[in-house]
Write a protein of this length. Structure first.
Length: 202
C-alpha cells in the first residue's frame, strides 16, 4: 500500500463485521472512509518511493514516555508498518507530523490491557517508549500482525547475513584453491593475482 486511500480501505476491511454494536462513537467514526483517508494522509506524505505499507491502523491515542502525547488534542493517529520500520503520523490543521522507528531499534513490544481503559500496544525502542491505544476488539489482531511482520523482518535479515557469510566463505575457499595451484606451479603468480583481484572485487 502506498496511498492513504489504500490504507483506509485496508483498515476498514480489517474491522468489517468485528466492531461491537456498543462500540463508542469514535470507533465507529474512524471507519468512515473519508475520515479514514484523511487520518492516513500523514503516512502517505511521509513514505519514500520504495516504501510499501504492509499493515496500517488507527490508534486513538499515542503517548510517548519522553514525547508526551503525540496527539496534541487530536484524537486519532495513523500507524503503518513497512518492511523495515514503523511510521506513526498525525494529521491536524497545523500540518502533518510523522516519525519513524526502524525495527532494528525495537527492544520490546507488548500489550497492556485494562478493564477500565482501552488497551495499549507498547513499543520500546532505544530512546523512547510509545503506547498506541486501540479498541478492545482490535488489540489482539493488531498485535499478532505486528509480531508477524517483525518475525519476517528478523528472518529476512538473518537469511541475508547468512548468505553474506556463505559468499565470504566460498571466496576464501576459491582463493585457497588458486593458492594451492600457484604453489604446485600449475598457474603463474600473474594468473593468481588476476584471479585474486576478480574474487575480491578489486
Amino acid at each position: 500500500m502506498k496511498t492513504a486511500q489504500e490504507m483506509a480501505d485496508f483498515y476498514i476491511a480489517l474491522n468489517s463485521g468485528k466492531v461491537p454494536s456498543n462500540a463508542p462513537r469514535n470507533v465507529r467514526r474512524n471507519l468512515d472512509r473519508n475520515r479514514c483517508v484523511d487520518i492516513f494522509g500523514s503516512i502517505e506524505n511521509s513514505l519514500r518511493p520504495n516504501d510499501d505499507v504492509l499493515y496500517a491502523f488507527v490508534a486513538y491515542t499515542v503517548i510517548g514516555r519522553n514525547l508526551k502525547s503525540l496527539t496534541s488534542g487530536v484524537s486519532d493517529c495513523s500507524v503503518a508498518f513497512t518492511a523495515d520500520k514503523c511510521i506513526i503520523g498525525q494529521k491536524s490543521r497545523m500540518g502533518d507530523t510523522c516519525f519513524s522507528v526502524l525495527y532494528d531499534n525495537f527492544s520490546d513490544i507488548r500489550m497492556k490491557k485494562s478493564p477500565i481503559v482501552y488497551p495499549f500496544i507498547i513499543i520500546d525502542f532505544l530512546t523512547e517508549e510509545v503506547s498506541l491505544q486501540v479498541a478492545p476488539h482490535q488489540v489482539d489482531m493488531f498485535f499478532s500482525a505486528i509480531m508477524d511482520i517483525l518475525e519476517n523482518y528478523r528472518k529476512s535479515k538473518k537469511e541475508t547475513q547468512n548468505a553474506t557469510v556463505v559468499m565470504q566463505t566460498s571466496t576464501a575457499d576459491e582463493l585457497k584453491k588458486f593458492k594451492e595451484l600457484l604453489d604446485m606451479g600449475v598457474i603463474t603468480q600473474a594468473e593468481f593475482d588476476a584471479k585474486k583481484k576478480q574474487l575480491l572485487g578489486l
